[in-house]
Design a protein around this ligand. Sequence first.
Ligand SMILES: NC(=O)c1ccc[n+]([C@@H]2O[C@H](COP(=O)([O-])OP(=O)(O)OC[C@H]3O[C@@H](n4cnc5c(N)ncnc54)[C@H](OP(=O)(O)O)[C@@H]3O)[C@@H](O)[C@H]2O)c1
Length: 306
Amino acid sequence: MLGLKNVAVIGAGGNLGPFVTEKLAEAGFHTTIIIRPESKYTLPDSHAHLTNHLLRVKRCAFDEESLTAAFHGQDVVVVMIGKGVAILSQKTIIDAAARAGVKRFFPSEFGSNTLSAELLRNVPAMKAKAMILTYLQQKAAAHPALKWTAICNGAFFDWGLTSGFLGFNLQEQTANIYGSGNQHFHATMRSTIGLAIVSALRNPDTENKYLYISNISTSQRELLSVLEMNSGSPWKVTSKDVMVERAEGMDKLARQDFSGMGQLILADLYGEGKGTVDPVELDNELLGLEAVGLERLVSRTMQCSI
Ligand SMILES: NC(=O)c1ccc[n+]([C@@H]2O[C@H](COP(=O)([O-])OP(=O)(O)OC[C@H]3O[C@@H](n4cnc5c(N)ncnc54)[C@H](OP(=O)(O)O)[C@@H]3O)[C@@H](O)[C@H]2O)c1
């Protein structure tokens, strides 16, 4: 055991945050959810079984002084803030963590492989995450007590399927299939990401590492066949051209239309590149994560989304 007990979480109210927060508190970590002054965050009903001493909420200004005070006594900081400029706001959070003596820092990665030059070409906005990782590594080099761990999990399987992001509309039983639809991509349940963080906090071999995890490597065609089998009828399929999607996404971003971001991420995920998780070098075993079959992942996703 590394003796890491107190964990501060930023971004607990987003798409990923509730799953990570729940796994941390269930594993016995004293978890403090740090929210901005203007935040509308409230503890979700799914956290009702977690006792007060394991989970608390602290409202805090996001300047370096206030965050340093908030991080005092915290061993770990996990950041799960979302979009755009918010990613760069992690510089202040990293500075405060180093000053407060935090021992482990998880930057807001949790998706595509930001170490991949191909990803940064295909989805230029990901450079912000890559910059933050470099900044964190430099800070850790100057403050040896501060270690970092980054998690690269590919697509969120459950969120991607239920939100329609992965190209499937569960209500209308339609699918947008990119290219041949046979390109494999990695995907991970959000609860698995929570388990990965818990494991990483118990294992010194995860210090200062960029870790690749995934529940499954699958393709859109394989996913479609499970969905069709479950619904008992064929789905209506629309073909999408990866190159057209990429060009449209780039064009939208050039016009400050950030809806292009999703198109670029999907063109990368379903394109021929390796911008997502490196398929060869998974760290599932190091973190004690199990591979899960596609049918089980789909059924777990459906159960949770009811
Ligand atoms: N792999 C995938 O498929 C996938 C999908 C979605 C997201 N992601 C990644 O997962 C991570 C978390 O994303 P998410 O969608 O869960 O996050 P999100 O919903 O966009 O935001 C999470 C929380 O961040 C806080 N926040 C927003 N802007 C902030 C700012 N400027 N400064 C400080 N806090 C701010 C807010 O909390 P308060 O208002 O309570 O302070 C918000 O509830 C990101 O790295 C994202 O890129 C991956």
